[in-house]
Design a protein around this ligand. Structure first.
Ligand code: UFG
Length: 338
């Protein structure tokens, strides 16, 4: 079924790509958004960026790119950034699970109200295509592994709840207003992209993600392994890591496969799981020295195992992740060194 759908959608989309589309990238100064900007430019798209630079970095923006430093909470900024655009890739938003527990109101405001404002302004500007950064956090603690797009959604923190609310908002918007939308549910994104302006990579402050933290570990600052008594082979949590370049490749393929009146949902991962200890081993190999670790208690809210089923993205989008965990680790390491 997916194969047939894939052929139909891709054929329809490609006709439109013969003209040069202008894409608004919200959050285009952030880690994933800036890599999207770079890859969209390389693929021949025109770009506009909307980013408030609250967590993004304006230096990541290529010179000559249309950039509106503004907020999703300000409809005038959104209207300005949408001028001349044909489609939107929506990355902007708050994305820290821990922070979302402390400040849920911030997440409901920026993520949900911000997206509501974006959709309202898109309607005013008659722009009807949107690809949205959703998250595996919508699934919560899964009952079945691997996780399918049809698996039950039960977010365990406000971050995941806001991503799910936006997915639902997009479904309603396609039904009421006929737009073409896709939600891409990311598993664990890692890696970096080298450009002629240097590496585009994760630069969160504070950094909570495993791979950059393992790469920074030292004898005076050993990586904490959050939980060694999980019901897994080596007692540590298992996650599904996807290289950011493969992730953005899926976004570009999704743009080519949007269908009016339809909200499509795709999991984006690798379909494979690695334990925390396996990630540490991969980093030890890349660094050429043992990574100092310290066993710690479980982190609140962590599910034991998250692994995606990516067969829908593979067959409908014709997408396949090509970069494995070792590439994610070595690219992140290179981005630190240069
Ligand atoms: N971990 C450690 N030590 C650290 C950091 C992480 O042991 O210093 C462990 C975590 O406990 C977890 C694994 O490494 O088991 C991965 O943790 P990350 O923080 O890198 O990523 P998460 O799996 O917590 O989060 C990811 C995305 C979120 C998304 C979530 C979905 O980054 O945006 O998956 O559950 F919400």
């Amino acid at each position: 079924m997916y194969e047939e759908m894939g052929r139909k959608l891709a054929a329809g989309g490609r006709q439109e790509l013969t003209t040069k589309l202008r894409v608004l990238v919200t959050g285009g100064a952030g880690y994933i958004g800036s890599i999207a900007v770079e890859m969209l430019r390389r693929a021949g798209f025109e770009i506009s960026i909307l980013d408030d630079c609250s967590t993004g970095h304006s230096e990541s923006i290529p010179s000559g790119t249309r950039f509106i430093k503004g907020s999703l909470l300000n409809p005038a900024d959104i209207a300005d950034s949408l001028a001349g655009c044909d489609a939107v890739m929506h990355f902007a938003g708050k994305s820290l699970v821990g922070e979302s527990v402390e400040k849920p109101e911030l997440y409901w405001s920026v993520n949900v109200t911000g997206t509501r404002n974006l959709l309202d302004q898109m309607r005013v500007a008659r722009i009807s295509k949107i690809v949205f950064s959703s998250s595996a956090a919508v699934y919560g603690e899964p009952n079945v592994i691997p996780i399918l797009e049809t698996s039950s959604t039960n977010p365990t923190n406000p971050y995941g709840a806001t991503k799910l609310a936006i997915d639902e908002m997009l479904s309603a918007e396609t039904q009421s207003h006929g737009i073409a939308a896709a939600s891409l549910r990311y598993f664990n994104v890692a890696g970096a992209l080298k450009t002629d302006r240097g590496w585009l990579a994760e630069r969160h402050s504070p950094e909570s993600h495993l791979i950059p933290n393992v790469l920074r570990s030292s004898t005076t600052n050993p990586i904490k392994v959050f939980g060694t008594d999980w019901p897994t082979v080596d007692g540590t949590c298992i996650r599904d890591y996807v290289h950011v370049v493969d992730l953005i490749d899926a976004h570009i393929k999704t743009l080519d496969s949007l269908v009016f009146d339809t909200h499509q949902i795709f999991n984006l991962g690798s379909g494979k799981g690695y334990s925390v200890r396996e990630v540490i081993q991969a980093v030890s190999f890349a660094r050429g020295s043992e990574v100092p670790t310290i066993d710690s208690s479980r982190r609140a809210g962590d599910p034991a195992v998250l692994i995606s089923d990516i067969s829908k993205a593979e067959s409908v989008l014709g997408w396949k992740p090509e970069r494995d965990l070792n590439v994610m680790v070595t690219d992140t390491l290179s981005s630190f060194e240069l």
